[in-house]
Write a protein that binds this ligand. Sequence first.
Ligand code: ADP
Ligand code: MG
Length: 350
Amino acid sequence: MMFEDKETKTEISSIGEFKLIDKITESFKITNTSTIKGIGDDCAVLSYPNKKILISTDMLIEGTHFDMSYTPLRHLGYKAAVVNFSDVYAMNGKPKQIVVSIAISSRYSIEAIQEIYNGMALACKNYGVDLVGGDTTSSLSGLCISVTVIGEANLNQIAYRSGARFNDLICVSGNLGASYMGLLVLEREKKTWAANPNFQPDLTGYEYVIQRFLKPEARFDIIDILRAKDIVPTSMIDISDGLASELHHICKESNKGCNIYEDKIPIDPQTMLTADEFKISPVTAAMNGGEDYELLFTIKQDDYEKLKEIPQISFIGHITDNPSALYLITKDSKAIQIKAQGWDSFRDNQ
Ligand code: ADP
Ligand code: MG
């Protein structure tokens, strides 16, 4: 571990699977009325009499999706849960339950697994989600965490990727590119640490970008704002692979194109400074970085008035009619075709 880790370590084999499950799940409380029965039987029992049910799942593999040398376990648990919540918000729904399956290698202690679950418990508490089940098994090599989320929405509230229409405004929450810069900083520190294990990284000045990478948040506030303003986005997606890739998804599914404007893309000052240091353009970080977990959505022009004063929302462009034309309009008014260079775990792009 790049970060000091001096806690006691108890081997899982000393208590066995059932005691481990009890230990890691005991602090979770059921809070949602849609949860009839949580952990403790062969199945959880849920009740959604008047809603549509949204389901999504994500798997995280050590070495592929996270690097144990700089990922605090508590953050890993938090992030594994939050990225799933983000998928439900991206449908304009609300997450209510998760089930979590975990495969653990003998390298991991009880305390380590508890740290992961402490992070998950915090995420569940912060977002009002119940942990209602899962599975625990052993793995020969690394750690693997699979989270399935169940959420709800009314049928007329659900926002698909496919609903963008000509002239709709393209909106994005928060700011982009920070998480990718956080990752670059951590990778740089890891290299120094690998050469000298006594080295303790000094991450002063990079706190925000690193937090965006290690402990992202999902934008429930945007969903609440949209509901309060009585707006259903015409399309929506969460930004996990970079703005370019997500614009491609929306345009492809909606059979439309887009123009977005470089000077409208929201970028945090710390992202700017860090990008400068790494000699990459902050716009590239926003377009092709990833793991921002902001929401990208489109609204009808008529809804602009209702959202224009909301500080968490930026208007970055509009939808056009030509499906093969996705353009970034630069500050000096050049139109550059947007290529989808997002993260694709089957491509050799690291
Ligand atoms: P089964 O043999 O029916 O698969 P388990 O012993 O695996 O049952 O699980 C017992 C209970 O604990 C079930 O409610 C299950 O959903 C829950 N559970 C098991 N592992 C986990 C986990 N890693 N996280 C959360 N709940 C879990
Ligand atoms: Mg089981």
